[in-house]
Design a protein around this ligand. Structure first.
Ligand SMILES: C[S@@+](CC[C@H](N)C(=O)[O-])C[C@H]1O[C@@H](n2cnc3c(N)ncnc32)[C@H](O)[C@@H]1O
Length: 361
């Protein structure tokens, strides 16, 4: 235990030899345990890293796997200088009041990456804006600016690194699961975490599910971690997504319940025909083209389909339902009921991503 200093705040700490320092900082950052308001202490040949809380048993195990030797301590830590609270505060001396109005109002945080839209007015200032994002968000290590639309079979977007280390492979946490991923190589959006949770909560013990467009596994893994005795076939055509999916299945301890499958789901339909109680059809761009595949995957007696699509105004939900009904009928099935329908997010002016939960017989 290190000495107590009355003027410095006391906190939990992880004491490691300097040799393991970098790995320790990375690991506690990935576990979101590090307290970035406090400074790391340098004590002879060791570092003492401040933590926001006592680690859970599971986190303790992960740390043991990553760092064979360390010690828990309660210690006093010097405070870091007050963090800058907003982009406007960080940039008010560099940008004109007019330019300040173009600063990004929101960003996606994926692990330690911040993803932002830089408006054309700020193009010349993008690296300065990126540095300010690092300054304001202490957990962010790389800032990416969107440099195109999501496109192609793998649903990828181009990005430009505008600040930070440039490291794009990260670990993202969502509802107790961890996902290793690289947003430049696989599709991932943190914006649908609540939607994934909503679906997970519907799954019942013993179900078989096909996640037709699984990417790195955020539906499949959370289902397997939350629900007893399920079998989830998680399919993706992107080799890199499959690579991360396999790692994530292991990292989350769901090897017995999630079966990663690499390939085009249409080409795999005979292998999984009639197996599933539930299918997740999350390829909104091409949703209509895969309804026949989803129908074939469901058990002969029917099941639940979570159907995601893009739809333009007006009558967004009505048109989505009609498209689903027609295509289910063409696949010689019946759309018995739409039990839930919702606009999830606006993806362009007057254009929406929507979800329908349907019972298909
Ligand atoms: C919108 S993303 C899925 C996102 C994922 N469900 C999530 O929650 O993060 C669509 C995924 O479908 C995959 N994909 C596209 N066409 C496919 C096909 N024919 N068969 C299997 N996977 C496909 C892409 O590689 C991409 O990872």
């Amino acid at each position: 235990m290190c000495g107590l200093n009355k003027v410095m705040p006391m906190a939990y700490g992880l004491k490691v030899s300097k040799r393991l320092g970098e790995r320790a900082i990375k690991t506690v950052s990935q576990l979101t345990l590090i307290d970035r308001e406090l400074k790391i202490r340098d004590v002879e040949d060791s570092l003492v890293i401040p933590l926001t809380r006592a680690p859970s048993e599971e986190e303790g195990k992960k740390l043991k796997e990553a760092l064979y030797s360390f010690e828990w301590v309660r210690d006093s830590f010097p405070k870091r200088a007050r963090a800058v609270k907003s982009l406007v505060e960080a940039l008010k001396n560099d940008l004109t009041p007019d330019l300040l109005t173009y600063l990004p109002k929101s960003m996606d945080i994926v692990g330690s990456i911040a993803i932002v839209n830089i408006s054309p007015e700020l193009e010349a200032w993008k690296h300065r804006v990126g540095s300010a994002i690092l300054q304001v968000n202490r957990n962010v290590e790389t800032v990416l600016a969107k440099a195109g639309h999501v496109q192609g079979k793998h649903r990828l977007r181009r990005f430009k690194v505008i600040a930070g280390t440039g490291e794009t492979e990260v670990v993202h946490r969502e509802y107790g699961c961890t996902y290793q991923l690289d947003p430049t190589e696989v599709y991932f959006t943190p914006r649908l975490s609540e939607e994934r949770r909503r679906v997970v909560e519907q799954v019942r013990k013993g179900e078989t599910i096909v996640d037709m467009f699984a990417s790195v596994g955020p539906f499949a893994i959370q289902i397997a971690k939350t629900c007893e005795n399920v079998t989830v076939y998680a399919v993706d055509v992107n080799e890199k997504a499959y690579y991360f999916l396999k790692r994530n299945v292991r990292a989350n301890g769901v090897e017995k319940r999630v079966i990663p499958v690499l390939g085009d789901v249409r080409g795999l339909v005979e292998r999984f025909e009639g197996v599933s109680d539930r299918v997740i059809l999350d390829l909104p761009e091409k949703a209509l083209e895969f309804i026949d595949v989803a129908c074939r995957l469901l058990k002969p007696g029917g099941g639940r389909m979570h159907y995601y699509c893009f739809q333009s105004e007006p009558s967004v939900l009505e048109k989505a339902e009609e498209g689903l009904r027609v295509n289910v009928a063409e696949a010689n099935r019946v759309l018995q009921d739409v039990v839930y329908k919702q606009r999830l997010r606006q993806i362009a002016p007057r254009r929406w991503q929507v979800v329908l939960d349907a019972t298909v017989c």
